[in-house]
Design a binder for this molecule. Structure first.
Ligand code: PMV
Length: 337
């Protein structure tokens, strides 16, 4: 018996940074689900016990511990998983060495396969999408936001009805047309292993001197985004999203021990984006994840101008001139025939 899903990555606008318990967020977050950056996974249940993982058709034992940990974490909700072996075949649609984390798309795809298989085996799943999000969260926190398209919120916050610590929810409030087709071109600055992992970064928030203010700020930012998203207020959107990105990296720089994941070219690209926006009036902006790459955000109507700017002023600062052109997507799809 097997199941196949394609699940996309996501990029947070208000960042999840800090966690407790089993992957519960210390603050709420909201993300755009992407389109081109995705993982395609087939999970086959086998009678023989054990886990095998093949990446692009090549046996990859280094992925097995992550899947084994995932199986251990979902065991309480899905005891049947221990009755089978797992054969996982997975493929990322973005380049392997891009420095783009595949954990969000990968864990979301795997979680969707589990929920599908549970149903095929005759187990009742009351709310399949919610369950897939819970399972994805247990695999890798921000993966829980990748089970839906568009804008997705994770973490309970008063301004978003139905928001939960346990799973992501499709953003339930009004969203202006401009944000439904927003573009994200990822400038690949550094494609190597990060100096400090996200898990270590989350952990450093536990004793962070600014944790209380930061967690309160994230709630405030979610609330502030509501009228911005409804009205399509690009100036306010840009200000808030860039502040979130720099706050994330500010938290890293003010952790103990402190660390820096931005590279000199990250700053060059940020400077170029702000300069181009000032000079041209094009509403182009940036966000960052926990790494050196820059996500360049702009409305679809400015795609041509933005891509010309990227070609002339961003690619020279990228590793081998590489960028990934992406946009907001519709969420995962089943790959079953
Ligand atoms: O889900 P994790 O543990 O990889 O953490 C993701 C953290 C950020 O990407 C920096 C922010 C976010 O909300 O996705």
């Amino acid at each position: 018996m097997k199941s196949s899903f394609r699940a996309p990555s996501n990029i947070a606008l208000v960042k999840y940074w800090g966690k407790y318990g089993v992957q519960l967020p210390s603050n709420p977050s909201i993300s755009f689900t992407l389109d081109a950056c995705a993982t395609e996974t087939t999970l086959e249940l086998t009678d023989a016990p054990g886990i095998t993982v093949a990446l692009d058709g090549v046996d990859t034992p280094s992925f097995v511990p992550k899947v084994a940990q995932f199986v251990d974490r979902i065991d309480a909700r899905h005891p049947w998983v221990k009755d089978y072996g797992f054969r996982v075949q997975t493929h990322n649609t973005f380049p392997h060495s891009s420095g783009i984390a595949s954990s969000a798309s990968g864990m979301s795809a795997l979680a969707l396969c589990i929920v599908d298989l549970a149903q095929k085996l005759g187990h009742e799943v009351a709310n399949p999408m919610q369950e897939a999000s819970v399972l994805a969260r247990l695999g890798s926190g921000s993966a829980c936001r990748s089970v839906y398209g568009g804008l997705v919120v994770w973490g309970e916050t008063p301004s978003v009805e139905g928001s939960s610590q346990d799973f992501g929810v499709a953003y339930p409030d009004a969203v202006h047309e401009v944000f439904r087709s927003y573009c994200d071109t990822v400038a690949l600055v550094d494609v190597g292993q990060k100096a400090v992992s996200s898990s270590a970064g989350h952990q450093l928030m536990e004793a962070h001197p600014f944790r209380t203010q930061r967690f309160a700020q994230a709630h405030d930012h979610l609330a502030a985004l509501k009228p911005i998203l409804a009205a399509g207020d690009l100036d306010a959107f840009i200000e808030l999203v860039e502040l979130e990105a720099l706050t994330l990296h500010g938290l890293m720089m003010s952790s103990s021990p402190s660390y820096i994941l931005m590279r000199p070219n990250t700053l060059r690209i940020i400077e170029a984006i702000r300069g181009f926006r000032r000079d041209s009036g094009v509403p182009i902006s940036f966000t960052l994840d926990a790494g050196a790459n820059v996500h360049i955000l702009y409305p679809a109507a400015f795609e041509q101008k933005a891509l010309q700017f990227v070609k002339d002023n961003v690619k020279p600062w990228c590793k081998d001139g590489r960028v990934i052109v992406d946009r907001v997507g519709q969420g995962p799809v089943s790959l079953q025939q």
